[in-house]
Design a binder for this molecule. Structure first.
Ligand code: SAM
Length: 677
């Protein structure tokens, strides 16, 4: 019964899609409209994506490929000008969906796919739907399939550098080949080649499109495809019109700077817009997305190399980040018994993407003679109560054993709660245990009072101890505040992160420049989001208030793909599917703009109209270390005004989970390596 209801609902949505997205956009061929109305697109999708089957968008399938956008499938098949029957060839089977459309029209269809896994699953789905006129071949489609040639129509669903000669030769006279061609991998012109006679071909330019690369003998080389560029999706581009009559996604497409390569792409225009800002805050829409980490590193490397930024401060605990700092600045690492970045969520910092940046920074610093001038790496967060306590005690043991004894006694107030500081917070807030506030504050004050004496011995280590002692004092309050109300503890934590940053900037002196890496929810100005109604502020807002235009806030977003996240706190990491973004969200507007990856200036908008639209309020998605797709709307979306939240927005349409570090990959790295176990 439920199954029948589902079928009925799919059929209804399919008809609506054909009317709204295909017929109303100018496809009139009845053979194409009939075929689009018959093929159940949901059957070609994994169960988790079926509900989006009749939205007009490309969706991710295995092997980082896509099932094509229905409109573009219809557009390409329409361009073959078929009347029904005949022999057809498709290159790029993918899910098998477009092959099924061709199967509804032609007598016989051959479809070729370079990934065996995709070819196998497409064959299975097509078989189960009864398409016995479609042959699925695993192989290089740029060579065509001479065994069945000539073909009345050939459609290529991936973009290549030129029209493969073998495909032209396999056309019947009067037959047509439709293929995306370009000099770059993601932007192409859709070309129609008609075989007029044995030796004569006519070529027409149809429109602009974006497809995944055609990889093969007469396509791009494999190494291009393996480069970790974002997966492109197809979309036709429209000519520009009066701004006020354009949809917001069209305005975005017109104004955004495309990112052509996440790791190495040209970001000169972004750097120009950042200008002389000395605090650049770079966000992420999840803690587990590779592209966010990599593009953030790309921007940071440029800020260090081209604008002389002095340090990177991240949403990690101070003592853990110190390990990285010592490593990248080639300093002696004081021995310690604890493991850095071992606390949940370990993948947030212990991943290949961060490791790549850390190794780059160490190499960059190697050529700077004075250790003080080397680019530093700091942690702003406050979850390291006990490692910070041991760092302060280790320090005092060395410089002032008597002060160490007093501090040990004072910190003893917290010792019973070592394994679970939150329980201390609950007991103290409920009056069942004495508050340790006076003790931890007294230790901090005692340390600061002796700064002349201690700093003379080693200024760097003194500063490290003060940061740890301040962290302990704030963490003690933080754990108590967790039981007095959520916004209190949120504000305390963000205030601590801001204060730590501010003291690092002051310590560095006039003109010190910092890059901050945190989640969007800390970086994007909270006063522009639902957070303000809850009385919450954050690092981005505090930076704007303190530094004005000297702070440049960059947010990130994605439509779908995979993400590394857990289902609950302290549970293992999983690679989860990110659901396609919701209607009424900023993500959906960017997705509809059809750019695989881009940056959109918000502080310096391209037009008044765009600025006006960016000041509207839409949903925005935040994935932290927990991702619960089943309750996504309630758990992960909130309302935000993008133009007030950020100065710049980075969009990466399809994204992948970060790669956590496996300890075996650490073989052979130096002992002091920050992620060493
Ligand atoms: N038509 C597909 C559908 O409806 O799901 C979508 C195709 S997807 C946009 C492009 C496909 O082309 C990918 O699955 C990719 O692996 C495949 N491809 C790329 N180069 C190829 C080649 N030389 N031969 C065969 N398939 C290729």
């Amino acid at each position: 019964m439920a199954k029948e209801r589902d079928q009925h609902s799919y059929t209804r949505r399919r008809q609506a899609m054909v009317t709204r997205h295909i017929a109303q956009r100018g496809i009139t061929s009845s053979v194409v409209l009939n075929a689009m109305g018959k093929v159940p697109r949901e059957a070609f999708l994994p169960p988790s994506l079926r509900e989006f089957a009749y939205e007009d968008s490309a969706l991710p399938i295995n092997e980082q490929q896509t099932i094509s956008q229905p409109y573009i499938v219809a557009y390409m098949v329409d361009a073959l000008q078929l009347t029904g029957g005949g022999k057809l060839l498709e290159v790029g089977t993918g899910s098998g969906y477009a092959a099924a459309i061709l199967g509804e029209i032609g007598d016989d269809v051959v479809t070729i796919e370079r990934y065996e896994t995709l070819a196998d699953s497409a064959r299975e789905v097509l078989g189960s739907l009864g398409y016995d006129n479609i042959e699925v071949v695993h192989g290089d489609g740029t060579l065509g399939w001479p065994a069945q040639a000539p073909y009345d129509g050939i459609v290529v669903a991936a973009g290549g550098p030129e029209v493969p000669e073998s495909l032209k030769q396999q056309l019947a006279i009067g037959g047509r080949l439709v293929i995306p061609i370009s000099a770059s991998q993601t932007e192409q012109a859709l070309i129609r080649v008609t075989r007029v006679s044995e030796h004569e071909f006519r070529e027409e330019h149809l429109t602009e499109v974006r497809f995944v690369p055609l990889v093969g003998d007469a396509g791009w080389e494999d190494r291009h495809a393996d480069k970790r560029a974002p997966v492109a999706r197809e979309v036709t581009q429209r000519p520009s019109r009066e701004a006020s009559s354009m949809r917001t996604s069209e305005l975005i497409a017109e104004a955004a700077d495309p990112i052509d390569d996440i790791d190495e792409g040209n970001i000169d225009r972004l750097l120009e817009r950042i200008g002389d800002s000395r605090v650049v805050l770079i966000g992420e829409a999840s803690h587990g997305t590779s592209e966010f980490y990599r593009f953030r590193a790309r921007i940071t490397r440029a800020l260090i190399e081209k604008k002389g930024f002095d340090f990177v401060a991240v949403e990690a605990d101070w003592p853990d980040a110190s390990r990285i700092d010592h490593y990248v600045r080639h300093l002696q690492t004081p021995p310690a018994e604890w493991t850095a970045f071992a606390r949940f969520p370990t993948w947030m910092w212990r991943n290949e993407e961060v490791r790549g940046f850390v190794d780059w920074l160490r190499e960059h610093n190697a050529s700077i003679h004075d250790p003080e001038k080397r680019v530093a790496f700091y942690g702003l967060d406050l979850y390291s109560l006990f490692t910070s306590i041991s760092a302060v005690l280790d320090y005092l043991d060395e410089v002032d054993p008597q002060a160490a004894a007093t501090a040990r006694e004072r910190y003893g107030c917290l010792t019973p709660w070592q394994s679970d500081p939150a329980t201390y917070g609950r007991a103290a807030a409920a009056g069942r245990y004495r508050e340790c506030e006076d003790d931890v504050v007294a230790t901090l004050v005692a340390l600061i009072n002796k700064r002349m004496e201690y700093a003379q011995q080693d200024g760097e280590r003194f500063m490290d101890a003060v940061h740890n002692a301040r962290l302990i004092a704030n963490a003690e309050r933080y754990y108590r505040s967790m039981y007095s109300g959520y916004s209190d503890s949120w504000n305390l934590r963000d205030q601590h992160m801001f204060d730590t940053l501010d003291s690092l900037l002051s310590h560095g002196g006039h003109g010190t420049k910092a890059v901050i890496w945190e989640h969007n929810s800390h970086i994007g100005d909270a006063s522009a989001t639902d957070m303000s109604a809850r009385g919450q502020h954050n690092v981005g807002q505090l930076c704007r208030e303190a530094y004005g235009d000297d702070a440049y806030l960059i947010g990130f977003g994605t439509h779908s793909g995979t993400v590394a996240a857990a289902s609950n706190w302290d549970e293992p990491m999983e690679v989860k599917q990110v659901r396609p973004s919701l209607r009424d969200s900023w993500e959906r507007l960017f997705h509809d703009a059809g750019m695989p990856a881009c940056t959109l200036p918000l502080r310096h908008p391209a037009s008044r109209e765009l600025d006006k639209r960016m000041h509207e309020s839409y949903l925005e998605r935040a994935i932290g270390v927990i991702y619960r797709p089943e309750t996504e709307r309630a758990s992960h979306y909130f309302k935000a005004c993008l133009a007030e939240q950020f100065d710049e927005y980075v969009w990466i349409d399809q994204t992948r989970a970060v790669t956590p570090l496996a300890s075996k990959t650490l073989d052979g790295v130096p002992d002091a390596y920050p992620f060493g176990l």
